[in-house]
Ligand binder design. Structure first.
Ligand code: SF4
Length: 250
């Protein structure tokens, strides 16, 4: 694979900084929802190095892989910064587990979405409250639902701007930036986990599978978002729809 010329990567990096600076100037306080994925390493580096006024948080769903916690530690050591970690509401989590069991999310798409709502979406809403815009590391080529996004758009669902500075970056761009700046990254990426979420809902992908095939692998491809990003309209799952019998979690 041909290496992206340094000037081209620097140009793309400068464009990200420019977009974030412009969004801050135009809209006010921004918050970065850090997924701790590969794209997040790029954005964390740019934000913590050049735009420290931007707030950064990450959601600990309580079901993250150990490798993700190790990465969080390494990140904080490298930048000598504390990342704001947001947790699910304890009472809501207790009700969820009492109702569907600790692994109830395997039972139906509705149960899975409810788990994502309690563990991710509600903490996310709390974490972005009061900000003018939230930043995400989504890229256009990650899924059909992300293909038509815009770098800055109004997020009507959450009532603030949504800023996607890496929308037109390729996966290669992300990894070239990581290598060039010797950034830490999740050890699972070296074990065929291109996209990493909660441990019981993420598995390694096989050669030829799409990069998100390992997320909620037991569901049909169109429903594989957690509620923070919209699903393509034609694929929004019907509440209560059942799923195929499950293999044992990888
Ligand atoms: S990814 Fe899985 S464990 Fe994590 S919040 Fe969603 S359903 Fe629950």
């Amino acid at each position: 694979m041909a290496e992206l010329p340094t000037a081209e990567l620097e140009e793309k990096t400068a464009a990200v900084r420019g977009l974030l600076a412009q969004a801050t100037a135009q809209h006010g306080r921004l918050v970065y929802a850090n997924s701790l994925g590969a794209e997040a390493m790029v954005l964390t580096d740019i934000i913590w190095t050049h735009l420290p006024q931007i707030d950064v948080f990450s959601i600990d769903t309580g079901r993250l892989p150990e490798e993700t916690y190790e990465l969080l530690e390494r990140l904080q050591r490298r930048y000598q910064r504390t990342l704001r970690v947001v947790y699910p509401d304890a009472a809501a989590l207790e009700r969820l587990v009492a109702g569907q069991g600790v692994n109830g999310f395997y039972g139906s798409i509705a149960a899975r979405l409810e788990c994502c709502r309690v563990r991710k979406v509600e903490p996310f809403r709390r974490a972005i409250a009061g900000f003018a815009g939230w930043i995400t590391g989504v890229r256009r080529d990650q899924s059909a639902g992300r293909a038509n996004g815009r770098a800055i758009e109004w997020d009507a669902e959450h009532g603030l701007h949504k800023i996607s500075p890496l929308l037109d970056w390729s996966e290669e761009d992300v990894w070239r930036y990581i290598r060039r700046h010797r950034l830490p990254y999740n050890a699972l990426h070296d074990r065929q986990f291109p996209s990493i979420g909660c441990s019981p809902c993420t598995r390694a992908i096989q050669p030829g599978e799409s990069r998100r095939a390992g997320r909620w692998w037991w569901e049909r491809a169109g429903s594989r978002e957690c509620g923070l990003h919209p699903l393509p309209a034609s694929t929004v799952p019907v509440r209560g729809a059942s799923v195929t019998a499950l293999p044992a979690p990888a």
